[in-house]
Design a binder for this molecule. Structure first.
Ligand code: WQD
Length: 334
């Protein structure tokens, strides 16, 4: 049995579906702060399975213990998705981010310790490479030069906590998956990214321009040191990312200790590459204007994805056209 905290969110819901379809038993704990009941219903429709679900705050240890105690088949592994993840919001409300993202993690680790559960897969982020002096592609042992925002620092701190837990308990396993830029949606159009309010991220902004909710895309700067001057990122299909978690659930059974693993494609695309790929894939024009750079953005960020290939026997399979088509289908079905 695998527990997914935040398992009805964008990455969590896609991972839950892939785990169920791979034959795993799962249970979800989520407070619906960034999702809703409809997502859970769609996950059950997609898999044809009733999913054990607890609407709780993962910081609430009493409620969390009940999740572990209720399961006929013991929980062997936890995938920890639950956490706030808006970079800009974290700059405005740092205490909210540190309180939530650290307390959920520490409560979970305390309950796991009590229940003797020793496999922890963590939803980390490539934002940890944000201040690296090095050049992309980034490997997992890129020198640690800190983060550029409180959201990133919470990921950095939680990775440190997990490293320390693994030193203290040689039987503990922690796999920290550093996501690059997840985009796309389940091919059914039933699951996808549902940003609250005006999207911060590129692809949901593009799909809202395409459907007419937003007037045009603002491209944040075209004077970066990149082929076309716009920012370059490693966009990975969310279903590929989900399958990376399935592979990590197998890997963690046989390996003790802490491992940091990039989940990316190893390929960088610029903002205008994405705009043109979306237009080509869906036959829709995306009007845009070049505006000033966004504070905190870096020019180029993409993964060296070889460690995931080596350790997890996993690599991203879906291409940019599929990412653009699947994102657009989901927006139309929202
Ligand atoms: C991508 C590119 C922008 C919007 C962030 C977080 C990271 C992870 C993914 C949580 C950049 C450009 C964007 C727009 C634009 N989130 N852009 N106009 O900043 O690489 O990563 O989201 O884990 O932690 O840092 O993603 O989608 O915001 O931006 O020009 O309206 O698109 O400048 O070059 P980012 P993004």
């Amino acid at each position: 049995m695998i527990l997914l905290t935040g398992g009805t969110g964008y990455i969590g819901s896609h991972t839950a579906v892939e785990l169920l379809q791979s034959g795993e038993e799962i249970v979800i704990a989520d407070d619906f702060s960034n999702s809703n009941e409809e997502v859970l219903k769609r996950m059950e429709t997609l898999t044809g399975k009733k999913i054990p679900f607890y609407q709780i705050d993962v910081k609430d240890k009493k409620a969390l213990k009940k999740v572990f105690e209720d399961q006929a088949e013991p929980i062997r592994c936890v995938i920890h998705f639950a956490g706030f993840k808006a970079v800009g919001e974290s700059v405005k409300e740092p205490v909210k981010y540190y309180r939530n993202n650290l307390d959920t993690t520490l409560s979970l680790l305390e309950v796991m310790q009590e229940k003797q559960v020793k496999q922890f897969i963590f939803s980390s982020s490539a934002t940890l490479y944000g201040k690296s002096k090095g050049k992309a592609p980034f490997t997992e042992d890129e020198p640690d030069t800190g983060c550029t925002n409180p959201y990133g620092w919470t990921k950095w701190m939680i990775e440190q906590i997990l490293q320390d837990v693994c030193v203290a308990d040689p039987e503990f396993s922690a796999v920290m998956l550093r996501y690059f830029n997840p985009i796309g949606a389940h091919e059914s159009g039933l699951l996808g990214e549902r940003p609250n309010g005006i999207p911060n991220n590129l692809m949901p902004y593009i799909t809202q321009v395409a459907i007419g909710k937003l007037d045009h895309l603002r491209v944040f700067g075209d004077d970066y040191d990149t082929p076309d001057g716009t920012g370059v990122r490693d966009y990975i299909h969310v279903v590929d990312l989900a399958k990376g978690h399935v592979a990590a659930c197998d890997y963690i059974k046989e390996h003790k200790g802490a491992e940091v693993i990039n989940l990316g494609t190893g390929v960088g695309y610029s903002v205008l590459d994405i705009v043109h790929a979306f237009e080509e894939a869906n036959g829709i024009r995306i009007p845009y204007e070049i505006v000033e750079r966004r504070a905190g953005d870096v020019a180029t960020m993409y993964a060296d994805a070889s460690k995931a290939r080596r350790l997890l026997d996993w690599k991203a399979e879906k291409d940019l056209t599929q990412m653009c088509r699947d994102s657009w289908r989901f927006e139309q079905m929202l």
